[in-house]
Design a protein around this ligand. Structure first.
Ligand SMILES: Nc1ncnc2c1ncn2[C@@H]1O[C@H](COP(=O)(O)OP(=O)(O)OP(=O)(O)O)[C@@H](O)[C@H]1O
Length: 710
């Protein structure tokens, strides 16, 4: 039975022939002598391995046949109308690039646009020249084909190099994007695992070997079975993430780490894709493994579960924590699952964390409790400290993780990284409010979310048998100290225990956390993804400006760097000033209506708003204009409708076209921010910027930003 190797170009099959292509490839993968396939060599072809096959009367597939060790492989190059296919088949050659060891398809005549490097460029006009690269480096060290190196050196700026990169999917495009972003040649060689290769006697075997290299995975995929073939063909370009991993992504999917590993990267750099693939890889490696895939909210967990099903429906997903398979769940739901299963031993853990009992530990305290305590209790604290924001953060970052039971304990505890210094009198006054908070908790018997996670962590820490073998965490920047204690306690300390994806720029909930303080020791096991797959270079540039000039710190207490790049280009984001709320709703309606009228699918459009109140106004305004729009909250965005959602809810989503509504904080919100202590205030400002960064990076193609004109 021949093996099908799908090229990325070939996977972008025209919708009208998808089912015929599927049937052709299925038959080919079963038996290439099946009548009707007409697998034929082409006269005068530059590559004797090239074959064409009959998809139907009109369409032909172009492929390369490789025979090695008694096994047959077909590398699918593409499907074209008959005459185009024959012309393509005559001129293409598949070979191994001797400089970098990667598979390369050459055409006998380079495209007319190609220009020899030496005549067309000088370093003063050339972006790559000004970065110190020359023909020698591009061709002799990186293995770029001569004519592409020439065009690359002639490109005067970033945009011109990106345009070129877009024309060459796969390793050539990837290398060009990296060089344009200023990467050193050595780091490109290491990242793509480039390696000089000498040809052997068996050229088919050489090509097969090169197709299996990590650097080729972004362009070619070995198709395991018919189900996989269907997923590749049905997924088309949008399903590319399921099949064609960047060499860097593949490394993080497959490698084993001797303890907790942290993968950082900007929005859209494929962190979630790595996590989902890694969950599958771990499940395949050991079917009995108990794998937990978790993130901050239930909505995000739902999306992770959906992605895992899309990637591979055969990966067993288990609803029950502690069972073999992948358990996908929000982190607070994990805490609840632990508490539910703890039975009578829970009381001891509640006492260990709080120093007192709770009669209904499975119930959750209302989210407004701190505000009620501040409003109903007299205190000597200044308003900068007697507020919900400071107190809940102090409770979650200092009191709970240190299992403090009384004032004496709180007076002694260290408060690293808390920003606001507290003298003894202030500490006593803070403790009075904590005591009032706990007294209220005793009355209704419940635990708040942070308490629940802390108690679940304490319960698990005392157990010999752990509930998970591998824990994979998305959106790590948003998790609280007791979440980390819980995740640490879910699994023992062993290779591949914790794998954490985070982006410090996207922290939109709670204060920042330093992992080392909660038993998660990364010690050198951390890497960063930099290639953005989602957003065009123009939208990414706008998003980066939002966070520019601010200082962001990651989970290891180090400064987060930027330097992200995108391989896609598109229109500049549109900035639209408005004078009033009415004008804003009008603008939103007009833009969305125009997109939908010009054929954009409604469910690839979203309007992102600051709060729920505004969301509902936008839905009404759109509906009045005849646009089918829907407010998205806990449920998934509806098929066939424009999604309107808060910027918080938009985390983890993506759309082709996005309008960001103006942010007009209410007078009450502004007054609340005014009362915060300076470090708390600065952090609140940082989170607000992050929220806009999250919103701006949801757009794949077009972005409209509406802002109030004062
Ligand atoms: N190897 C790939 N090939 C094609 N598309 C990819 C690849 N990896 C990721 N993508 C696409 O890029 C987009 C962003 O990926 P993903 O959601 O994993 O990024 P992220 O880093 O988790 O983003 P965010 O932090 O914004 O949630 C998705 O549309 C995904 O399908």
């Amino acid at each position: 039975m021949p093996t099908i190797i799908m090229g990325k170009l070939a996977s972008k099959i025209d919708g009208s022939i998808r089912s015929k292509a599927m049937s052709f490839l299925q038959k080919l993968g079963t038996d290439d002598t099946t009548s009707g396939l007409h697998i034929e060599p082409i006269e005068n072809a530059v590559d004797p391995r090239v074959r064409t096959g009959r998809v139907d009367n009109f369409w032909r597939a172009v492929m390369f046949r490789l025979d090695s060790d008694g096994e047959r492989h077909y590398v699918i190059h593409g499907i074209w109308p008959h005459d185009d296919a024959i012309a393509e088949a005559r001129r293409v050659r598949l070979s191994v690039n001797p400089i970098n060891g990667l598979p390369q398809i050459a055409e006998i005549e380079p495209p007319a646009a190609s220009v020899p490097a030496a005549t067309k460029s000088s370093s003063s006009q050339s972006l790559l020249g000004s970065l110190g690269h020359d023909r020698n480096v591009l061709v002799e060290t990186l293995g770029l084909p001569e004519h592409i190196a020439g065009q690359a050196l002639a490109a005067v700026d970033d945009d011109a190099v990106l345009d070129l990169a877009q024309r060459y999917d796969g390793w050539i495009g990837t290398i060009l994007v990296d060089l344009a972003a200023g990467d050193a040649v050595d780091s490109v060689v290491a990242r793509m695992e480039l390696e000089k290769t000498a040809p052997s006697d068996d050229t088919d075997a050489d090509v097969l070997h090169s197709l299996k290299r990590p650097g080729a995975a972004f362009q070619y995929a070995m198709i395991g079975d018919q189900d996989e073939l269907r997923r590749v063909i049905d997924g088309g370009d949008f399903g590319a993430w399921r099949v064609f991993l960047h060499p860097e992504q593949r490394r993080y999917v497959e490698r084993s780490y001797n303890g907790p590993f942290r993968l950082s990267g900007g929005a859209g750099t494929g962190k979630t894709v790595v996590l989902v693939h890694r969950a599958r890889a771990l499940a395949r490696r050991s079917p009995s493994a108990r794998i937990v895939l978790t993130t901050f909210t239930t909505n995000l967990a739902g999306a992770l579960g959906d992605s895992l099903t899309q990637l591979d429906p055969r990966v067993p997903q288990t609803k029950k924590l502690g069972q073999p398979g992948v358990h996908v769940s929000g982190v607070d739901a994990l805490a609840s699952a632990v508490l539910r299963s703890a039975g009578s031993s829970l009381a001891a853990s509640v006492r260990e964390v709080l120093g007192e009992d709770r009669s209904a530990p499975l119930a959750r305290t209302t989210g407004t409790r701190w505000r009620e305590i501040v409003e109903s209790t007299s205190t000597s604290l200044p308003t900068a400290l007697a507020n919900e924001s400071f107190l809940s953060s102090e409770y979650g970052h200092v009191v709970l993780p240190n299992k403090i039971h009384d004032e004496a304990g709180y007076l002694r505890v260290r408060r690293p990284g808390r920003g606001v210094a507290l003298d003894r009198a202030k500490r006593s006054a803070v403790w009075e409010l904590v005591a009032a908070y706990r007294a209220q908790g005793r009355i209704d018997g419940s635990l708040d979310f942070a308490e629940a996670a802390a108690v679940a962590a304490a319960h698990l820490a005392g157990q010999m048998d752990k509930l998970a073998d591998h824990v994979l965490i998305d959106e790590g920047q948003d998790l609280s100290p007791s979440h980390w204690q819980l995740l640490r306690a879910l699994t023992g300390e062993h290779p591949d225990d914790l794998f954490i994806a985070e982006d410090a720029h996207q922290r939109i909930y709670g204060a920042r956390v330093v992992l080392g303080r909660y038993g998660v020791a990364i010690v050198g096991r951390s890497q960063r993804l930099t290639l953005n797959y989602r957003t065009t270079a123009q939208n990414l540039h706008y998003a980066m400006k939002i966070i520019e000039g601010e200082q962001y710190v990651d989970l290891e207490d180090d400064m987060e760097t930027t330097g992200y790049r995108s391989a896609r280009t598109g229109p500049e984001p549109k900035m639209v000033p408005v004078e009033s709320l009415g004008a804003e709703l009008e603008e939103i309606g007009k833009r969305v209506q125009a997109w939908v009228a010009s054929g954009t699918h409604a469910d690839t459009v979203a309007v992102l708003v600051p709060d729920r109140f505004h969301r509902d106004r936008v839905v009404t305004a759109l509906t009045e204009r005849g646009v089918d729009a829907r407010a998205v909250d806990r449920d998934r965005p509806a098929k066939g409708r424009v999604a309107v959602m808060t910027m918080h809810r938009a985390k983890g989503t993506e759309f082709s076209k996005v309008v960001i509504a103006a942010d007009r904080p209410s007078p009450a919100e502004l007054a609340r921010l005014e009362t915060l202590a300076p470090p708390e205030r600065a952090d609140a400002d940082l989170r607000r910027r992050s929220l806009r960064y999250v919103a701006a990076t949801r757009a794949r193609d077009e972005l409209v930003v509406i802002y109030p004109q004062h």
